[in-house]
Design a binder for this molecule. Sequence first.
Ligand code: N2P
Length: 366
Amino acid sequence: MKAHFIRTASVALATIFIASAVQAQERVVNVYNWSDYIDESVLADFTKETGIKVVYDVFDSNELLETKLLAGGSGYDVVVPTAPFLARQIQAGVFQKLDKAKLTNVSNLWPMVSERLAKYDPGNEYAINYMWGTTGIGYNVAKVKEALGADFTVDSWDAIFKPENAEKLKTCGINILDASDETFAIAMNYIGKDPDSKEAADLEAGGEVYMKIRPSVRTFNSSAYIDDLANGDVCVTIGWSGDILQAKARAEEANNGVEINYVIPKEGTYMWFDNMAIPADAKNVAEAHEFINFLMRPDVIAKASNYVQYANGNLASQELLDAEVKDNPAVYPPEDVMAKLFTISPYGPREQRVLNRVWTTIKTGN
Ligand code: N2P
C-alpha cells in the first residue's frame, strides 16, 4: 500500500515537473490588433511554423489603445496604431526601435507606403505598415433608395451630412464611426476647410456638421456596425473600406437579401495607415519580431488582405491578391480618386482637448 502510494506520488511529481518545464519553454506573443482585422488561420499558421503561441486581443479605437500604452504595462508585444497616433506615441516613448536585422522580409515592403509612413515615423524605425485604407460611406442599397428616392446617387458626403437627407435616413438607421480625429477631418474637408486644421474655430465648425444631424444618428460605433449593416439594422454608416466590404460579404453569405455598397465620396476622404509596433516594455521582443516578420511575407499578408479586404503595405504580395481585392476600386482607388485623399497629422494635447470636448457633446447629444 505504502509502496504503491510512493510510486503514484513520484509519477505525479514527475508529471508536474515535465509540465512546468514545457511551460517554461513555451514561447508566446501577445498581440493587440483592431477587431475584424485578421484571418485567424494566419495566426494558426504562425504557431504551426514557429511554435509560438499567439494571444490575440482586439480593440476598436485608437484612443483605447493609446490609454493602455501610455499607462504602461499593457502586456502587449505587438500593437497596431493608426499613423497619427503612432507618431505621437513614438514621441511619448512608448515604443522600442525595431531590430531590422530580425526583419529579414523587409525587401518585400512597398516604398510608396513606407515613404508615406515615414512622415509619422521618420526613417521607418519603429513601425511596419500592416494595412491601409479609406474612411467612406457604407450603405444598404435598397433602404437608401427607399428613403432618399430611386434616383438618388450616393456619391457625396451630402448623403449623410445634409440634415434633410439624414432626417430621411433616421428610421432605417445612421451610424457614425467613433473615431473623432477622422470624422472631424472629413467634416472640415466637407465644409471647405483644411481637413488637417487644428484651429479651435475649424474644429467647432466641423463639429457643427455632426450637431446638425445628431437627432438623426442612431449609433456611434466602430465594430458592431459591421454586423448591424449586414443584418439591415442600420442602413448607412461612415465606415472603413474593408469593414464595409466584410459587411457586404456577410450579407451575401447569410443570403438575407441585403445589398451593401461602399463609396468614397467625391469631396475626398481620409487615407489612413495602421502599423505594427513593439511597446518599449514588451516582454517577448524576439517573438514580436518573428510575428511581424511573418506578416511581412508576401503569401502571409496576401492571405490576410484577401480575408479582411484591406490593402497592405507589401509590394511583393500584390500579385498574390485575389482579383476581387486587387481590382476593387473600393480597396485600391483609381488615380483620380487617390488624388482627392488626404492624410492628417497628430493632434497636440490642447487641440485634442478641444476635439474631445466637442465630440463628447455630439455623442451625448447635448
Ligand atoms: C478594422 C478596422 C481597421 C481600420 N476593423 C481602422 N484604421
